[in-house]
Ligand binder design. Structure first.
Ligand code: PEP
Ligand code: MN
Length: 338
């Protein structure tokens, strides 16, 4: 059961709900978001009458949510959540394409990337300064220097940025660099301590699906973030491990409508890591949008063959522009904008 508090709820009103739940033998979990405070009742709900709680001051609604994930469930929040990233909406009618290189390499590469992203008509930029690499001998990212380069390049074009956080010890540095969206990568989808920490702030989080995670496990990871009070979560399908070895991962298109039904959170797709080849990006992007995705995360590099990471899957700036132009009529046919 979740208890949704009025938007101007006072601390005393929240406390009185907690006291009531405790008196009924349940535990209360308070999640304070920017717009909403939600109290989760943990324990045997059958003991409670909805009306008992509904009558308490500050309570807007009481909803029984039977799913294991509560705050992220569509059950209590029918409308799609739209996340505002420095004025750019993600999750509404407009489909957002987040473009940029796999990793931050040099200032020139980032400047050219930001220019390419803008020229393609994208409003958000990606780039990794801390890279989760399979081999410890592979390029690990430029680190803090990379964040500086990214910020500088993106600021020139007023592009909000998304970059991956792997280590909780870097969170303050991310906040100092005003990272607009934090990416939790595939390999950290179930790093629960990391999820709890990003749950304590209000910066939007892109939560990528784990390599072999079920949608239910994925939503439970999102719930970790939401339970802490950060309700600004975007789910990113990026392909899962399968028996197939011909391409990098298998894009789970089925997950898109499934998630749109189960959760009110925006769902985006990363066709680059799903296919692992630049030539697959267009087809997978179209499939994602047709299935209802709210956005795409696409790797683009000024000179893909020189990319320090994931060279095979990077589009050129011209290819990114062509992709956006190709997707626009599709979005329109589906009653959306791009
Ligand atoms: C990335 O987006 O840079 C990345 C490493 O993706 P994933 O976590 O999906 O492998
Ligand atoms: Mn990559």
């Amino acid at each position: 059961m979740i208890i949704i508090m009025h938007s101007h709820v006072t601390d005393e009103e929240v406390r009185s709900v907690e006291v009531k739940l405790e008196s009924l033998g349940l535990q209360a979990h308070v999640s304070r978001g920017v717009e909403r405070t939600i109290v989760g009742a943990i324990g045997d709900e059958r003991k409670i009458q909805k009306e008992t709680l509904q009558a308490l001051p500050g309570v807007e609604d009481v909803i029984r949510v039977v799913k294991p994930y509560k705050i992220v469930a569509r059950e209590w929040h029918e409308a799609d959540t739209v996340i505002n990233i420095k004025g750019v909406p993600l999750g509404g009618k407009t489909i957002q394409v987040i473009g940029g290189p796999c990793s931050v390499e040099t200032q020139t590469q980032m400047d050219l990337s930001a220019q390419g992203v803008t020229q393609a008509g994208c409003r958000l930029m990606r780039g990794g300064a801390f890279k989760p690499r399979t081999s410890p001998y592979a390029f690990q990212g430029k680190g803090v220097e990379g964040l500086d380069m990214f910020r500088k390049a993106a600021d020139k074009y007023r592009l909000p940025i998304v970059t991956e956080l792997m280590d909780v010890r870097m969170l303050d540095t991310f906040l100092e660099h005003q990272v607009d969206m934090i990416q939790i990568g595939t390999r950290n989808m179930q790093n629960f301590d990391l999820l709890k920490e990003v749950g304590k702030i209000h910066t939007p989080v892109i939560l990528k699906r784990g390599l072999c995670a079920t949608v239910s496990e994925w939503l439970m990871s999102a719930e970790y973030i939401a339970a802490g009070g950060n309700h600004n979560i975007i789910l990113c399908e990026r392909g899962v491990r399968s028996f197939e070895t011909a391409y990098r991962n298998m894009l789970d298109v089925t997950a898109i409508p499934w998630l749109k039904k189960e959760t009110h959170l925006p769902v985006i797709v990363d066709p680059s890591h799903a296919g692992g080849k630049a030539w697959l990006v267009s087809a997978l992007s179209k499939a994602a949008i047709a299935a209802g995705a709210d956005g795409l995360l696409v790797e683009m590099h000024p000179t893909p063959c020189e990319a320090w990471c994931d060279a095979d899957q990077a589009l050129t700036p011209e290819e990114l522009t062509a992709l956006v132009n190709e997707l626009r009529p599709l979005a329109q046919a589906l009653g959306r904008e791009l």
